[in-house]
Design a protein around this ligand. Structure first.
Ligand SMILES: [Cu+2]
Length: 374
């Protein structure tokens, strides 16, 4: 297989997201149909599979086994990285996405006080079409909020008044649909209230910040799957009025995927927008520090995502809506739209992997490292 010429693959606009329900095996059919386009591109990021020429074994596991032996052959655009896993992330400046910067970037908005004493937070959010290089030689024509995938992480406190001034500078109608309590008119659903916001139009979403928790927002325009999967989503954090146990380090991780061939599955997976990024740029944390991760799953086309950390356990708060954890674990799963808080301390220094416990997602970009120092 010739990997010397990067293949540019594009998602056709408005492509329908789903195949027929009577297909006997979604994965096997998808793989057969999609094999012609993405393999060269996949080779760029999935070193193990760059060599297999699309040799799908038909076992229904999807993208083929990860080479766990460390004997993976390398290609011009991939290398065997840490711990024998194939990797190869695009440098953030070239990609147009910097997952490390997104990690700790909480946007608290423009803050003022209303006559009734309520804190008012306002944001300007603009939908705009942007192309990113998500894997070596693979350009993804994204639809974004404020030019980034994921969109800005909006941070507020329980009970604040929120105004999100939305402008659609994109090429398609979009909305902002927030998870939280609000009136129907503010729900960002087509046909209700302002509904679809046409290209060139603006609308201000206005509601109070309830309930506290780790939430999200996304476009709700039809067809819904591509409008989300093209990049229109972001974190929405409502801090409880009473606060939480203070964290030493707080971050957001948005789990996503990229459908680069216009089919109905993903060719790449990531945290904070760039496959394999945290393999090459480990998340830097301090030994024994309380690290709080707002973990959000926006993955389209796959029903379940997961998060697993090596050599450690964490307390998990589903949706972040309670102040006591539901579980002490090293692995959680989330369906699309599910999210929660991971509170974790690393008792030892060193490098610890974190990744989707679905191996094919990890192999296609959803893996990284924490690097713990004194
Ligand atoms: Cu949209």
């Amino acid at each position: 297989m010739d990997n010397s010429v990067p293949t540019r693959v594009r998602l056709s606009e408005g492509s329908t997201p789903r195949g027929s329900a009577e297909l006997p095996s979604r994965r096997s059919v998808l793989l057969g149909a999609a094999a012609a386009i993405p393999m060269a591109a996949l080779g760029a990021a999935g070193g193990a599979r760059a060599q297999d020429g699309g040799d799908h074994d038909g076992n229904g596991s999807g993208h083929g086994p990860m080479d766990m032996t460390g004997s993976t052959k390398t290609s011009a655009t991939s290398h065997v990285g840490h711990a024998g896993f194939p990797t190869g992330s695009v440098p953030p400046a070239r990609a147009g996405i910097d997952p490390t910067a997104i990690l700790r970037d909480f946007d608290t908005g423009t803050v003022s006080t209303l006559p009734n004493g309520q804190v008012l937070r306002e944001w300007e959010i603009t939908a705009i079409d942007v192309e990113f290089e998500i894997a070596p030689g693979v350009t993804f024509p994204a639809w974004t909020y404020n030019g980034r995938v994921p969109g800005p992480t909006l941070w507020c406190r329980e009970g604040d008044a929120l105004r999100i001034h939305f402008t659609n500078a994109g090429s398609h109608p979009h909305t902002m649909h927030f998870h939280g309590l609000h009136t129907a008119e503010m729900d960002g659903t087509p046909g209700i209230g302002a509904g679809s916001i046409a290209p060139g139009a603006t609308f201000t979403y206005e509601f109070d910040a309830v309930p506290f928790g780790t939430h999200l927002y996304h476009c709700h325009q039809s067809p819904l799957a591509p409008h989300i999967a093209k990049g229109l989503y972001g974190g929405f954090i409502i801090e409880p009025k009473s606060g939480r146990e203070p964290a030493d380090d707080e971050m957001v991780m948005v789990m996503n995927g990229y459908n680069t061939d216009g089919g109905d599955d993903n060719e790449f997976y990531s945290v904070n927008g760039l496959p394999f990024h945290f393999m090459d740029h480990p998340v830097q944390v301090k030994k024994n520090a309380l690290v709080r991760i707002h973990l959000i799953n926006v993955l389209e086309y796959d029903p379940v995502n997961s998060f697993h950390v090596h050599g450690n356990f964490f307390h998990y708060y589903p949706t972040g809506t309670m102040l006591t954890p539901s579980e002490y674990t090293d692995t959680v799963s989330q369906v699309q739209g599910q999210r929660g808080i991971v509170d974790i301390r690393f008792p030892y220094t060193g490098k610890y992997m974190f990744h989707a416990h679905k191996t094919e997602f990890a192999e296609l970009g959803w893996m990284g490292f924490f690097e713990v120092s004194e």
